[in-house]
Design a protein around this ligand. Structure first.
Ligand code: SAM
Ligand code: DTB
Ligand code: SF4
Length: 319
């Protein structure tokens, strides 16, 4: 195979081409991904994004991986109603003081509804921007006028994941469709808000499904500015709660392939990092990951803890 670099930005990757990259001998895949990464990014630049659940649980949707669906009687989760803007901004300021440059807020909603809760989110976005941080929210589906109001509030990016391939999606979610997800992504892009869009591996999908997800993401023009790659965090009481743990090298392959087909995007090594060794995380970074969630919890599940992350950053620093 010809080296995939120096790589023009392409938006016409086929699933077959992406599969061929994904299934290369691992060391060759990592070597190429690392070269493409260094061509487009400072290899020392690792973004720390902080994540907070501003409204937890009680969601109408049936996403099989998610702890926050109201349909899961066996999941042990404390529902938390919408947080107040001042509480959220205090958390954001503390995260900034610990070195986070981006603050992401998630709500367990099917979709945004106009009203007091959305007004509160707009206030949070304004407040986070005033702290000098990037602001990202993930609120489910939204329409064009809601995207416009978020843009006016100063939102940097909107997170809305496609999660997996179009073919596999109905086995994971039945209460909304792949096309619903794409329509929201369109509304976000239509207002000039950066897209944060990625997926989850380890849900029982095939490697072809993973390649097909990457083909959709790489098909966007421009590519999503950030691409979270989540490894499933199995949550007891959800349909995927007993899924076998992923081989960490599958995460490395996914990240390396994402880097090759989306050379300029920020690839975020997202959920599931707490089950990766320090060395596996570093391998993901060599393969092109340049952002992580920093903080002891993700939305409802544990993240790599801050103390071990501080030690990791220390180990990564020059000496
Ligand atoms: N309700 C909104 C939505 O569905 O877009 C926003 C919140 S939702 C929890 C955000 C994303 O978190 C999901 O799209 C999924 O990719 C990821 N996620 C949720 N639960 C997960 C889990 N157990 N393991 C890995 N990723 C997960
Ligand atoms: C994303 O892709 N991963 C984050 C963020 N976007 C919102 C969420 C991960 C959630 C992991 C499961 C939980 O903590 O509930
Ligand atoms: Fe609701 Fe989002 Fe969880 Fe799906 S992923 S159940 S939409 S919070």
């Amino acid at each position: 195979m010809n080296a995939p670099f120096p790589s023009p930005l392409r938006h016409d990757w086929t699933v077959e081409e992406i599969l061929d990259l994904h299934n290369l001998p691992l060391l060759e895949l990592i070597a190429w991904a690392s070269q493409v990464h260094c061509l487009h990014h400072d290899p020392n630049d690792l973004q720390k994004a902080s994540l907070l659940s501003i409204k937890t649980g009680g969601c109408s949707e049936d996403c099989s991986y998610c702890a926050q669906s109201a349909r899961r009687d066996e999941v042990h989760l404390d529902r938390v109603d919408m947080m107040q803007p001042d509480e959220v901004l205090a958390v954001a300021a503390a995260a900034r003081d610990k070195g986070a440059d981006r603050f992401c807020m998630g709500a367990a909603w099917r979709q945004v509804r106009d009203g007091a809760a959305f007004d509160a989110v707009l206030e949070m976005v304004e407040g986070v921007r005033a702290l000098g941080m990037e602001a990202c929210v993930t609120l489910g589906m939204l329409n064009q006028s809601q995207a416009q109001r978020l843009k006016q509030a100063g939102l940097t990016a909107y997170n809305h994941n496609l999660d997996t391939s179009r073919d596999f999606y109905p086995q994971i979610v039945t209460t909304h469709t792949y096309d619903d997800r794409l329509a929201t992504l369109d509304a976000v892009r239509g207002e000039g808000i950066a897209l944060c869009c990625g997926g989850i591996i380890g849900m029982g999908e095939t490697v072809r499904d993973r390649a097909a997800l990457l083909a959709v993401l790489a098909g966007f023009d421009p590519h999503p500015e950030s691409v979270p790659i989540n490894a499933l965090v199995p949550v007891a009481g959800t349909p995927l709660g007993e899924n076998a743990p992923l081989d960490p090298l599958d995460v490395v392959r996914m990240i390396a392939t994402a880097r090759l087909v989306m050379p300029k995007s920020r690839i975020r090594l997202s959920a599931g990092r707490s089950s990766l060794s320090r060395e596996a995380q570093v391998l993901c970074m060599v393969a092109g990951a340049n952002s992580v969630f920093y903080g002891n919890v993700l939305l409802t599940t544990p993240n790599a803890d801050v103390d071990s992350d501080d030690a990791l950053m220390e180990a990564l620093a020059g000496r």
